[in-house]
Design a protein around this ligand. Structure first.
Ligand code: IPM
Ligand code: MG
Length: 370
């Protein structure tokens, strides 16, 4: 039987509570379905800093590199606000993305029918929403050099970040977006700021050329990223797949997430290139939401984004499509039953905590898998 190696990095804040609910699902899949997941666990973010003075230890980096997939919770919190920049909690996540070369970040924004009312937009604007943001994750201003603060010696300083993209980086992320569009609504909207940024001009050119050369069957549209943000809140259902750079993708995916009612709902997958011999991609799965230190440890966090991230892991890393479909269906069914954590609660529905939500999803998942 194949062993499936998972490396769990619960992290800080609500990360560990959410991960605990995924662990129950893994245990069930091993004990009842014989899927042979082997799990190991490490520290990342503030918890790693407290233990090792680093945002992730070398040992845990090695384990992440050796795993079939990494499940990541969340990092950060006020406790670590003043640690040195190089070892701030987020540095652990950025190092994982960079060293595992996870250039493609898939962020679906799906509005569960039962939650159309939880959105700040009118239900008819978000009902049935199903868009996929494909965010470039290892380039752009997040990693460009120089990245520094220079003392100008006259009482002034200069802060510099560098936005930089090369052709191959744009080609490969565009390729991922076009391939995925073919499995969905067959439309890609590319977003950049070619009206002010040279990297945006190149982005636009390369996406257009990639489309022409290999994906002319897919509908392609270009939008300036600011207008794209506006269109996302005006009429989000016009979009199918959105492809954009690292920084715009960070911002636009938070906007898209909130359309669906709660940041607590959305999963993400970060994928590398297929290995030349095995065809396997390195992968990390994480909720789009952060560590929510304000509610950490109270047992009220919404574990759905973490559980849905595991569903993406089943789908993309292990090709367990039926199991992934069933886990996603279990989430939708629990929401249909009116079971809600506080962030998505509304009058008339049943308010539950993290553990009860996890248990309810597991029970539905078991029923659907019977
Ligand atoms: C995200 C987060 C991260 C990012 C932070 C935690 C570094 O906001 O995954 O969207 O900016 O990429
Ligand atoms: Mg973000």
């Amino acid at each position: 039987m194949a062993t499936r190696k998972l490396f769990l990095l619960p992290g800080d804040g609500i990360g560990p509570e959410s991960m605990a609910e995924v662990r129950k699902i893994i245990t069930y899949l091993n004990e009842e379905k014989g899927l042979g997941f082997e799990t190991d666990e490490g520290l990342v973010g503030g918890s790693a800093y407290d233990a090792h003075g680093q945002a992730i230890s070398e040992g845990d980096m090695e384990k992440a590199l050796a795993a079939d997939a990494v499940l990541f919770g969340a990092v950060g919190g006020p406790k670590w606000d003043s640690v040195p920049y190089e070892v701030r909690p987020e540095a652990g996540l950025l190092r994982l993305r960079k060293d595992l070369a996870l250039f493609a970040n898939l962020r679906p924004a799906i509005c569960y029918p039962a939650l159309a009312d939880a959105s700040s937009l009118r239900p008819e604007v978000v009902e049935g929403l199903d868009i996929l943001i494909v965010r470039e994750l290892t380039g752009g201003v997040y990693f460009g050099e120089p990245k520094e603060i220079i003392d100008l010696g006259n009482g002034q300083k200069r802060g510099i970040d560098t936005q930089v993209y090369e052709t191959y980086e744009i080609e490969r992320i565009a390729g991922v977006a076009f391939e995925l569009a073919r499995t969905r609504g067959n439309k890609v909207t590319s977003m950049e700021k070619r009206n002010v940024m040279k990297s945006g001009v190149l982005w636009n050119e390369v996406v257009t050329a990639t489309h022409k050369a290999q994906y002319a069957d897919v509908q392609l549209e270009h939008m300036l990223a600011d207008a794209g943000g506006m269109q996302l809140v005006r009429w989000p259902k016009q979009f199918d797949v959105i492809v954009t750079d690292n920084l715009f993708g960070d911002m636009l995916s938070d906007v898209a997430a909130m359309l669906t009612g709660s940041l607590g709902m959305l999963p993400s997958a970060s994928l590398g290139a297929p290995d030349a011999t095995t065809g396997k991609r390195k992968a990390l799965y994480e909720p789009v939401h952060g560590s929510a230190p304000d509610i950490a440890g109270q047992g009220i966090a919404n574990p759905i984004a973490m559980i849905a991230s595991f569903a993406m892991c089943l789908r993309y890393s292990f090709n367990l499509i039926e199991e992934a479909d069933r886990l996603e269906a279990a989430i939708a069914a629990v929401l249909d039953d009116g079971i809600r954590t506080g962030d998505i609660w509304s009058e008339g529905s049943k308010k539950v905590g993290t553990v009860e939500m996890g248990d309810a999803i597991l029970a539905k998942f078991k029923a659907l898998s019977a």
